[in-house]
Design a protein around this ligand. Structure first.
Ligand code: SF4
Ligand code: SF4
Length: 437
């Protein structure tokens, strides 16, 4: 492990884009090209575009450090043209071995496999990783956190997220990790509908939230309030049985889900229409067809954009993944030629917003970093890919903000957890550490 990777490990830096992969592991590897994924293509979320502008210097510094760690010869900051202010801030700061790549305003430009393809022309093979094509990718906040970790010794104790949808005042805030989503919802003035339901993340890939008492974690990018009757909520509450029945009774094998699947069009086998057919008729065709469900990114294009009769091939893929992972099988198919029309098959975000019926919620959500001091925080020990962290404090201990609370489990993939406020340890279980101010 190099020094930069070690400092990322010490500070508990993880991928902020959603997955929470421990950054120190990525920085301990090698790559020719390092990409900053600043696409933020999920409609309504306004985090990375505002952080890129406000903390452009730290972003470029983070990229410089990451490139140094993995020995990259080129750094690429992938941004959409509409992030004009961020581009204007960053451009004069770029080093000679860095460039900005302007992404089209399409979904899912921020799926790292698609970002890599758009920014470099390289195609990650199905079930492969960016490192297979000599590339490493991190999102904006991850690299800002890396710069803070290395240059200031600052651990990750805050998270920036957008609170939007059916709220009084959409807003993007930076808060101590561990505050409740109920508290951040109040920062947006509360909801404007009588029967709200909530999505944790973006409208395409975010998960239905079951409790506003859940804490903000290192990977929480957004909180979206919607009426419970909204199509995006209804899709997320549809039972597996109903999804299967819909697929069985209404699929017309029109192929649109496959023709528009972002993974399929860049040359992955993944054919959602054949998966639907296989599930419906127990007709398995090529043995690899069902296995290819393992390579689905769950971008929701097939469900929310492509299918004319409201079937969700993505949900079928999710069900198959659970089954196939139990059986411990892997997908090993080849990379096929890309669809010559691939570039034109990705979805313009403006049209996606209309299709998702969220135009009325597509409002500004300005960044407000006023310091919020909660009375209590709950810090989950599993905010990252890998094993839960192991507490190294006890009930009754007094801790300072930034102090180490939980260490990476021995010989495991994981990330450290630090105190996001100063206070006393109220509880320390195998799941979470609770601090009171
Ligand atoms: S969710 Fe649908 S469109 Fe997206 S990768 Fe999976 S099968 Fe393809
Ligand atoms: S888009 Fe819908 S109807 Fe067409 S093949 Fe796919 S699941 Fe079936």
């Amino acid at each position: 492990m190099n020094d930069i990777s070690e400092m990322a490990r010490a500070a508990g830096v993880v991928g902020s884009g959603g997955a929470g992969f421990p950054t120190h592991v990525k920085l301990a590897g090698e790559a020719e090209i390092y990409i900053v994924n600043g696409a933020e293509c999920e409609p309504l979320l306004k985090v990375d575009q505002q952080l890129s502008k406000k903390y452009g210097a730290q972003l470029v510094r983070g990229l410089e450090l990451a490139m140094q760690a993995v020995g990259a010869r080129e750094g690429i900051i992938a941004l959409k043209a509409k992030y004009e202010e961020a581009i204007a801030t960053i451009t004069p700061l770029l080093k000679s071995n860095m460039r900005i790549h302007i992404l089209k305003d399409v979904y899912p430009a921020g799926d790292e496999v698609i970002t890599i393809w758009m920014a470099t022309g390289r195609r990650v093979p199905p079930a492969g990783l960016p490192k297979d094509v000599g590339v490493a990718v991190n999102n904006v906040l991850t690299l800002i956190n890396l710069a803070r970790a290395v240059d200031e010794g600052t651990p990750v104790t805050t998270r920036t997220l957008t609170i939007t949808g059916a709220v009084v005042k959409p807003i993007t805030v930076t808060v101590p990790i561990g505050v409740t989503l109920r508290e951040v919802l109040a920062m947006a003035g509360g909801v404007t509908v009588a029967d709200p339901a909530f999505i944790d993340g973006g409208p395409m890939m975010g998960k239905l939230l079951t409790s506003l008492d859940a804490p903000v974690t290192k990977t929480t990018g957004g909180l979206i309030a919607l009426p419970a009757s909204h199509i995006l909520i209804r899709r997320r509450t549809q039972s597996e049985r109903s999804v299967l029945e819909m697929a069985r009774t209404t699929c017309e094998q029109c192929l649109l889900c496959t023709e528009l699947c972002p993974r399929h069009i860049i040359g992955h086998e993944l054919p959602p229409h054949l998966i639907v057919r296989s599930v419906n008729y127990h007709h398995f065709g090529q043995p690899s067809t069902l296995l290819s469900a393992l390579t689905c990114s769950e971008c929701a294009i097939c469900e929310a954009w492509a299918c004319p009769v409201d079937i969700s091939p993505m949900r079928l893929n999710q069900m198959l993944k659970v089954q196939l992972r139990k059986e411990n099988v892997r997908y090993t198919g080849p990379l096929h030629p890309a669809d010559p029309m691939a570039e034109h098959r990705l979805v313009p975000v403006s049209r996606l917003i209309a299709k998702l019926a969220i135009s009325e919620y597509n409002r500004k959500a300005p960044l407000d970093e006023t310091l919020y001091q909660p009375a209590r925080v709950v810090l989950p020990l599993h905010q990252h890919v890998g094993a839960p962290s192991i507490p190294c404090v006890s009930v009754g201990d007094t801790v300072q903000a930034g102090q180490l609370l939980a260490e990476i489990a021995p010989d495991a993939l994981g990330a450290r957890i630090h105190a996001s406020i100063s206070g006393r340890v109220e509880s320390a279980t195998e799941y979470a550490i609770t601090l009171t101010a």
